[in-house]
Ligand binder design. Structure first.
Ligand code: ADP
Length: 489
């Protein structure tokens, strides 16, 4: 099958979070099964290039009509993991993707509307007619709208569109001018059953457009699929999703099991697996040594997270204090998404600067993240909501017991040691429901107490988690079923 992903992130090149890992992991999985995979991505000036060859020029005169001008784009090609990735680089005084950041610009809707149009124009002008175009999040919500409103009439009748919602909190709500810029007629598409926003009567909702026009819509876990249809976590999209329920499904994200493999991970001090779990201790020692933590007979509680309200910042702070009070050591690796949150965690770090049981690192650090998962005994995720979450899946893979709030994908992947209905060997962590300090404590207390009182049982919990297969194998199969379904419909 020919599959083209259109996305604003792709892990080796452009990443702010899980979206990048998902696009990369799924594309690689499908390519490894013999499918023809292409990815279209903006060429940001912040492009990462670790382990990726330099992009080569592929096309230098892609003309994209945008409002009353035509913007010339260079297209570059880079191949990685069996996937061809095309990078769209507009030559415009507006420097659409040369902002030193992926998102957070005032004209984000306009920038990504342009990108969606340029991606289609690239496919159209180069004769590409993939079986499936798979696009992601609000940034590419206009792709199916443009395909079925404009490009189908120009002869692009073949592709079907799968659209994945990674986080419905951000929907791309903007003024109607963006429609005219990409050549759409606002009178036609700005209706309640198409792109008109539910809260703002004059606004366009790009994510809603993607949901309405795509042939199939997925989100990143079954639980989140239900939450966004039936609770306020849908952020106003509930009626749209309920109205399109017959083409909507939750598919749990996978984890790249090659990148995240404690047996072969070159970033960690000592490789280990379920067969020699004792070697994990050397990683705990190395983590303590590198961070200057005391060499004490205490469990290491870790958090690796964006410091964002979604992730439960109040409870993250509480988890630090509770761990220390409960005779555990604690390591936090977090990058704040807002200056006030950064300031708040700098204060917490300063308050605990002399405590040799605690280290707080406020930055994004891929290598340290690997070392933390390898060295940690438990990983805490007290999220307010979590569409899927990769952190708990990585923790399971690295034999660190996850302690999570039972929401979204966390509830679909972590099964409580005491209360799960699953068989004992299928229990792999601790969960709590109440988004409160008391709720968090109820789970953390049980985990820390088990570590101290029943180390054999704790070890079994680690092994239970390591035995789960949350690789891309199963979700890759689900996505292929969805693609075949929409191609045949
Ligand atoms: P989200 O996409 O909402 O941030 P996910 O759990 O889906 O959350 O993905 C988070 C990914 O980013 C994981 O691979 C996690 O290890 C990584 N990560 C988060 N914060 C950091 C950080 N400060 N440094 C390094 N990696 C991080």
């Amino acid at each position: 099958m020919q599959i083209t992903m259109v996305a604003s992130e792709f892990a080796p090149l452009a990443k702010t979070g899980g979206l990048a890992d998902v696009v990369y992991g799924l594309a690689r999985e499908l390519a490894s099964r013999g499918h023809d995979l292409e990815v279209i991505l903006p060429r940001y000036d912040t492009l990462l290039s670790e382990d990726v060859p330099a992009p080569e020029s592929y096309l230098s005169d892609l003309q994209v009509p945008f409002h009353d001008e035509s913007i010339r784009c260079d297209v570059h090609l880079v191949e990685t993991g069996g996937v061809r990735c095309f990078l769209i680089d507009p030559d415009s005084s507006r420097r659409l993707f040369a902002r030193g950041t992926l998102y957070g610009e005032r004209d984000d809707p306009e920038r990504f509307a342009f990108f969606s149009l340029a991606a289609l124009e690239f496919m159209f002008q180069t004769g590409r007619r993939p079986d499936v175009v798979h696009c992601h999040d609000w940034q590419t919500g206009l792709v199916p709208v443009l395909l079925f409103e404009l490009y189908e009439q120009l002869g692009m009748t073949h592709p079907r569109v799968c659209y994945t919602l990674h986080n419905v909190r951000h929907q791309g709500v903007t003024g109607e001018a963006v429609l005219r810029q990409v050549g759409l007629d606002p009178r036609r598409v700005m209706t309640p059953d198409r792109l008109l926003d539910h809260s703002y009567p004059d606004a366009v909702n790009l994510m809603k457009g993607g949901i309405v026009y795509a042939n199939f819509v997925t989100t990143v876990s079954p639980r989140y699929a239900s939450e966004i249809q039936h609770t306020e976590l849908g952020c106003g999209l509930q009626p749209v999703l309920e109205g399109h329920a017959s083409k909507f499904r939750g598919v749990l994200n996978g984890l790249d099991y090659e990148d995240w493999n404690p047996a072969t991970d070159l970033r960690i001090a000592a490789p280990y697996s379920a067969e020699n779990l004792d070697a994990k201790d050397a990683n705990r020692d190395a983590l303590r040594a590198s961070l200057g933590l005391e060499d004490a007979a205490k469990p290491v509680v870790a958090m690796v997270t964006r410091l964002d309200r979604q992730k439960g910042v109040d409870l993250i702070e509480h988890a630090i204090d509770f761990s220390l009070a409960a005779q555990a050591q604690v390591v936090l690796l977090g990058a704040a998404t807002e200056p006030q949150l950064h300031k708040r965690f700098v204060e917490i770090r300063d308050r605990l600067a002399d405590n040799s049981d605690c280290r707080i690192e406020l930055r994004h650090d891929e290598r340290l993240a690997h070392q933390i998962y390898a060295g940690a005994d438990m990983v805490v995720l007290p999220s307010a909501y979590e569409p899927c979450g990769l952190t708990q899946i990585i923790a399971l893979r690295y034999g660190a017991v996850p302690i999570v709030r039972a929401t979204g994908g966390l509830a679909d992947t972590v099964f409580d040691a005491n209360y799960s209905e699953r068989d004992f060997f299928a229990r792999n962590g601790y969960t709590f429901s109440d988004f409160s300090p008391a709720g968090l404590e109820s789970a953390m207390r049980r985990a820390i107490s088990l570590w101290y009182t029943h180390p054999d049982y704790y070890r079994q919990l680690q092994l239970n988690g390591m035995a789960y297969d949350y690789s891309w194998t199963e979700p890759g199969g689900h996505y292929l079923d969805i693609y075949r379904h929409i191609v045949q419909a």
